[in-house]
Design a protein around this ligand. Structure first.
Ligand SMILES: [Zn+2]
Length: 282
């Protein structure tokens, strides 16, 4: 059996938080980047996650074509627009590839495809850039994929930055592709979380750490950063800090600024601003 290999494609986009009430400053950090990971053997490949916009997804299609690999499947880690909207474009370009996810993830996807939600939220932030057609993934029922005899394990962990999130573990590569459970150099998306679900998120991070991976690809990372497993603990620390500072502050602004003091270099402070507002019930 030949060894597997893997590589990551990262593209930047504007932040989804475009709130005129957000404090000024840190303009150079106001962007975000998503990852898509290709795991491949001698001929076959599986892609983990896609992108939000048509343009980003077309770049991803070119990148996969250049590898010359036969794309067998596209696995979607969780039901968030920025990881699933481009899937139909992948299916059109690679008709042999199955678009798949776990049933627990799939049940949250129709809400993401709701046209009113898209018009109200995504079209106002990314006008004319969101794909017009979407595809529902097929369910995989045994939590496993396979490339040329190598096992690809899917783990479901419950809540991280949204409900029913999953990560991908490739034992033969000591690789975890974490979806949005691990963040790398980028502020976490906390707007959907509560104190209770943040504990669930920390438990999910411990589950990844217990596998002792050599490489962890975060769903959101600064493109030039490596894929160090130290990002697991860094994400745990961020959640613990947010929890502590949320207890110690009363206003959105105070929580936001105290977190920024701890994390001045993380990209996408808009995500933190959204999380701080949610934590203070705004
Ligand atoms: Zn995301």
């Amino acid at each position: 059996m030949k060894n597997l290999n893997w590589k990551v494609f990262t593209v930047k986009r504007d932040s989804a938080t475009q709130d005129s009430n957000m404090p000024v400053g840190n303009e150079h950090l106001r962007w975000v980047a998503n990852t898509a990971t290709l795991i491949y053997g001698q001929t076959d490949a599986i892609l983990i996650d896609v992108y939000l916009t048509t343009d980003q997804t077309n770049q991803l299609v070119s990148w996969i074509r250049e590898t010359g690999k036969n794309l067998k499947a596209v696995y979607l880690t969780h039901a968030h627009a920025d990881h699933i909207y481009g899937a139909k474009i992948l299916a059109d370009n690679f008709p042999q590839a199955k678009i798949v996810s776990l049933p627990e993830v799939i049940k949250h996807i129709p809400a993401q495809f709701d046209q009113d939600y898209i018009n109200r939220f995504w079209e106002t932030k990314f006008p004319q850039k969101i794909p017009k057609e979407f595809i529902m993934p097929e369910a995989i029922l045994n939590n496993e994929l396979d490339i040329e005899g190598h096992k690809i394990v899917i783990e479901i962990v419950g809540f991280s930055d949204t409900e029913s999130t999953t990560f991908v573990y490739v034992p033969s590569l000591a690789l975890v592709v974490s979806g949005d459970i691990v963040y790398n150099g980028i502020h976490l998306y906390l707007a959907e979380t509560t104190s209770e679900t943040r504990q669930e998120w920390i438990a999910a991070l411990h589950k990844i750490a217990a596998l002792n991976p050599k490489f962890v690809v975060a769903g959101h990372k600064i493109p030039q950063n490596d894929n160090s497993p130290s990002n697991i603990q860094a994400t745990i620390d961020y959640l613990i800090s947010f929890e502590r500072l949320n207890q110690e502050t009363t206003t959105t602004l105070d929580l936001y600024q105290k977190m920024l003091t701890l994390y001045p270099d993380r990209v996408n402070p808009g995500s933190l601003w959204g999380g701080a507002k949610a934590a203070k019930g705004k």
